[in-house]
Design a protein around this ligand. Structure first.
Ligand code: ADP
Length: 637
């Protein structure tokens, strides 16, 4: 076995790999950028090597720097984790050329699956069923559009080099095609430096079911069952589970065999995932194969009792697979929830900042936390905004789901906006409990997930009011203590009357809802925790977490008027393109400019009919979140 490996990654996956390496007595070398100087993976590794500035294209994506770090540290092998260089054929070649073992598949397998279109051609030959679509070389917009018309709308445009839902656009009718194609290409060019597009039939309400496969260098191939990753936002997974709800033994076997056929067709080695769409009639279609370890691999580990990173290391070392298909079986049920620094209430915009509070639930045999950050760390603009992964296990789905809901409610995070409340609402929705999932689940159940239920508001409002009251009292007390007459009733902020503690009415914003609640001047129960930040406070309760703020009195100012009709950047990012001319009339809702953050595009739209009188930024320029982007003149009624 290797005695030292380098991990060409950061965050939770680097920590995850270090954990198994420690267990196997393998020394680890971390690499880090400026932003990650004090990060967890650096402190956990045996050695750490600085590889440059924070942007990943100047550090984690620079092949030479990683290879040099491996050579200088004396590592024999490199684990690429996921993302970054994990599916980069050049990197794999460079490892080989420098006598370093790439812990992953052979370069030919990466190349075969690297392009979604090339992969489809191989899969068709291997008798793996495909989603109907166009995956040809002729990329002229007219041909792409014609193929969409031939297969019928809706269609999905996909970047051939794509991943992480980037460079993907659904098109519902012909007149949306051109704009969608331009946007998908731009995003693809930006993320993958490749704008080749596929056009696929956009299946309605399919499930995303993927099969974990493993192959060694001795012609052994097994699958480690399926994961259902249907719960997605923007085509990105949010909650994954294994096994898939409602899966039959017969279907599992058919999908497992198709996945193994796919792997064998490209002489695969190591860990891979074959992704399928499964429709309601039980038909399944190959989407793509990921030639690396997946973010959601822990749910497979939980139900199979296997350590997939250990398997990867053994296979890379030339050993046979640790198990035969017959020795593998499913025990219980597992869920993974991806906890992100993002704002579900605002189109899942990434949120950045310092994690002033990060308290995870207790880790037990049922609860596993895979994290790459600790309290005080920064979620920066440079990398994926995932904070941590919460993984739970129990003997059946119902019990595992209870564990998930419970654990989510125990998370305490402040300093950045998170998706915890969203995940909590998702996990506790009736349809999810029934296992009634498909990739459109979140849109379908929008009301239940995004808009707090009345019962939640009724529960949270008096607690929030009490928190506001005690905060005001503390501030007033501080002021009083600084004055000449600290005990004067004039310092009190409650509706003080002699020998009376009368409740008072407080206006509160909870999430996006405005509520009123009565609060008396008494202490909060012990199981309620309040954490303040710039925009209000988070109320952590046994029933979940609530984002609250005291509602500011309405001074009668129209918001657009107040800001002079200007539009602000929703987050830190880069300006991609300006879509209208200064001075030209635009209609309400028209896209004025496109910004990009974390490789995802965000459109800035006209708040009403009117015109842009000035753009303050040009394409390529960096913008701070909150900065005014442009001046907008509202048209006279
Ligand atoms: P990426 O590599 O960017 O993650 P995938 O090809 O894996 O992209 O697709 C991501 C998700 O998009 C899928 O899990 C599924 O929800 C949705 N999707 C992809 N292709 C289709 C399709 N043809 N019809 C319906 N949904 C699709």
């Amino acid at each position: 076995m290797f005695t030292k490996i380098l991990i060409a990654n950061r965050g939770e996956i680097a920590c995850r790999i270090i954990q198994t390496a420690k267990k196997m007595d393998i020394k680890t070398v971390a690499v880090y950028s400026d932003a990650d100087r004090n990060s967890l993976h650096v402190s956990q590794a045996d050695e750490a090597i600085h590889i440059g500035p924070s942007p990943s294209n100047e550090s984690y994506l620079v092949i030479d720097k990683i290879i040099q770090a491996a050579l200088s540290s004396g590592a024999q092998a490199i684990h690429p984790g996921y993302g970054f260089l994990s599916e980069n054929a050049d990197f794999c070649r460079q490892c080989e050329a420098n006598n370093l073992v790439f812990i992953g598949p052979p370069v030919e397998a990466i190349l075969a699956m690297g392009s979604k279109s090339a992969a489809k051609n191989i899969m068709a030959k291997a008798n793996v069923p495909l989603v109907p679509g166009y995956h040809g070389d002729d990329q002229s917009p007219a041909i792409l559009k014609q193929s969409a018309e031939d297969m019928g709308y809706p269609v999905l445009l996909k970047a051939a080099a794509g991943g992480g839902g980037k460079g993907m656009r659904a098109v519902y009718q012909a007149d949306e095609f051109d704009q969608a194609l331009a946007a998908a290409k731009r995003e693809a060019k930006n993320s993958f430096n490749d704008e080749i597009m596929l056009v696929e039939k956009y299946l309605q309400q399919p499930r995303h079911v993927e099969i974990q496969v493993f192959c060694d260098q001795h012609n052994n191939a097994v699958h480690l069952f399926e994961r259902d990753c249907s719960l997605q936002r923007r085509h990105q997974k949010v909650i994954e589970e294994a096994p898939a709800p409602g899966m039959t033994e017969e279907l599992r076997q058919r999908m497992g065999e198709a996945a193994i056929r796919a792997a064998i067709a490209i002489n695969y080695q190591g860990a891979g995932t074959v992704e399928f769409l499964l429709d309601s009639s039980g038909e399944f279609f190959f989407m793509e194969m990921n030639t690396r370890l997946q973010v959601e691999h822990p749910v497979t580990e939980m139900i199979s009792g296997q350590d997939l990173v250990e398997w990867q290391l053994r296979v890379a070392n030339g050993e046979p697979l640790p198990c035969t298909q017959g020795q593998l079986n499913i025990k219980g049920h597992a869920f993974e929830a991806r906890i992100y620094a993002e704002d579900p209430e605002h189109d899942f915009l990434p949120s950045t900042g310092r994690l002033t509070v990060l308290q995870a639930p207790l880790e037990t045999a049922h609860v596993r936390i895979d994290s790459g950050v600790t309290q005080g760390d920064e979620i920066s603009v440079f990398y994926d905004p995932m904070i941590t992964k919460l993984v739970v296990w129990d003997i059946d789905r119902e019990r595992a789901l209870e564990r998930l809901i419970q654990a989510l409610s125990e998370y305490k995070i402040a300093g950045v906006t998170t998706n915890i409340a969203f995940l909590y609402n998702l996990a506790s929705s009736q349809a999810f409990r029934r296992g009634d999932v498909n990739t459109g689940f979140i849109e379908e159940h929008e009301d239940e997930i995004f808009h707090r239920r009345q019962a939640d508001l009724d529960y949270a409002a008096p607690l929030a009011a009490q928190a506001i009251l005690s905060e005001r009292k503390n501030t007033a007390q501080d002021l009083a203590e600084q004055s000449n007459e600290p005990n004067s009733p004039w310092h009190l902020v409650n509706h003080w009357r002699i020998s009376d503690n009368s409740p008072q009415q407080i206006n509160i914003t909870i999430g996006t809802e405005q509520v009123e609640a009565m609060a008396a001047d008494s202490a909060l129960p012990a199981n309620i925790k309040v954490v303040s930040d710039e925009s209000g406070f988070m109320l952590f309760t046994p029933n979940g977490v609530f984002r609250c703020a005291a509602t500011q009195p309405d001074l009668g100012l129209d918001q657009a008027q107040e800001s002079g009709g200007n539009l602000a950047a929703p987050m830190n990012g880069t300006v991609v393109t300006l879509l209208v001319d200064v001075g030209a009339m635009v209609a309400k809702g028209e896209t004025l400019m496109v910004m990009e953050a974390m490789k995802m595009e965000h459109s800035i739209v006209a708040p009403s009919d009117g015109k842009v009188s000035e753009f303050f930024y040009q394409p390529g320029e960096l913008v701070d979140g909150g900065a005014e982007l442009l001046a907008f003149e509202i048209a006279e009624a």
